[in-house]
Write a protein that binds this ligand. Structure first.
Ligand code: FMN
Length: 340
């Protein structure tokens, strides 16, 4: 089916999100709750805009490259280094006409069929957390539950429930400690210290801990101190802090500081396979994509999500073919021009 069909389906099923031609944060500036970025919306806008300051260097003399996009993430071989970012509360945020359960089913069935992974979201309401937990169960632990940094007793309770499902990894969106609406909710979010994070990792044993919301090399060093196995460079799609840097702008500095001591994932504004290529060239291991996965699942469920992953993978393969990259490890800084 044509791209235009999936776009129309998404438009018809959302009353708040306008499903703009380019999802760049302009129309929804300040709409949080909603699909937008906080305040002036400039952090979301900057995420998308900064990616345009990197160009791919075309190389067409050489071999006839057949790009291989497969990626090994904690012993799961996935079809491309692309994952659905955790997103919850689709009724409130997008004005979704499909309910949370239907949205989640489309997301996990679609990512599973397309051979990639989903991060699952969390919210104060136990019922919302339970929906994500059920999705994790359905996937036999092959997804990444993202628990918010709740006050410790609530966090530990939710961690126990997730650990019981034999998860491949567990993430925590530590930047959610700054979400104003959740700082006064019940349960409420908080910021976590290195000691608390270490204690959490100790409880998880060999299950990888992924810290989402790292934007400086100082925080990356503290994540390493806390024994995190991976970090996600993310500003929550611009929803936590106004006037912040974009995640792609801080990538190279953090890659250098981390120096291969943990995996580095990134999200914020990635819309095409060429965007994914840019992050890999600057040193990221894989890329999470948020809003486009929500649009795809709300609009067309599993088929929409499969269509999205196929398009992104096709674009990534095109980018690799035209830069003479046969494998993901061939993608490096020499393949792009950076004007950040
Ligand atoms: C409506 C909405 C809800 C979100 N909910 C969560 C959440 O529950 N947990 C989380 O870690 N991040 C959440 N995020 C942030 C995303 O996981 C991700 O960091 C961000 O959307 C990436 O930017 P992109 O949408 O421009 O790709 C949410 C984002 C949006 C737009």
């Amino acid at each position: 089916m044509e791209e235009a069909f999936f776009i129309q389906q998404a438009k018809d099923k959302m009353t708040i999100c306008k499903m703009c031609r380019e999802c760049n944060g302009e129309v929804c500036r300040g709409l949080t709750p909603g699909p937008g970025g906080k305040g002036t919306g400039s952090t979301f806008v900057r995420n998308v805009a900064a990616l345009k300051k990197i160009q791919l260097k075309m190389a067409v003399i050489g071999h006839d490259v057949q790009p291989d996009t497969t990626y090994n993430f904690y012993s799961s071989i996935i079809s491309a280094p692309i994952m659905a970012a955790p997103i919850s509360n689709v009724k409130i945020n997008y004005g979704s006409l499909v309910d949370e359960q239907t949205y989640l089913n489309g997301l996990i069935d679609g990512t599973q069929e397309a051979g990639v992974l989903s991060f699952l979201g969390d919210a104060p309401a136990q019922a919302m957390f339970d929906l994500s937990l059920d999705a994790l169960k359905k996937l036999n632990g092959k997804a990444i539950m993202t628990i918010k940094p709740w006050e410790m007793s609530v966090f530990m309770n939710r961690l126990d429930l997730v650990m019981a499902e034999n998860p491949m990894a567990i993430a925590m969106d530590i930047d959610a400690g700054g979400l104003t609406s959740l700082r006064s909710a019940h349960p409420k979010v908080t910021f976590m210290s290195v000691e608390q994070l270490r204690m959490i990792k100790q409880k998880m044993g060999s299950v990888p801990l992924i810290l989402k919301g790292i934007m400086t090399s100082e925080d990356a060093m503290m994540a390493l101190d806390a024994n995190a196995d991976a970090i996600i460079l993310s500003n929550h799609g611009g929803r936590v802090m106004d006037q912040g840097e974009s995640s792609i702008e801080v990538l190279q500095e953090i890659v250098e500081a981390v120096n291969h001591r943990c995996l580095i994932l990134i999200d914020g504004g990635f819309r095409t396979g060429s965007d994914v290529f840019k992050a890999l060239a600057l040193g990221a291991d894989a890329v999470l994509i948020g809003r486009p996965f929500s649009h795809a699942s709300i609009g067309s469920g599993k088929e929409g999500v499969v269509h999205l992953v196929n398009r992104l993978t096709r674009e990534l393969k095109d980018a690799m073919m035209l830069t003479q990259c046969a494998t993901l490890s061939d993608i490096d800084i020499s393949k792009v021009k950076v004007r950040l």
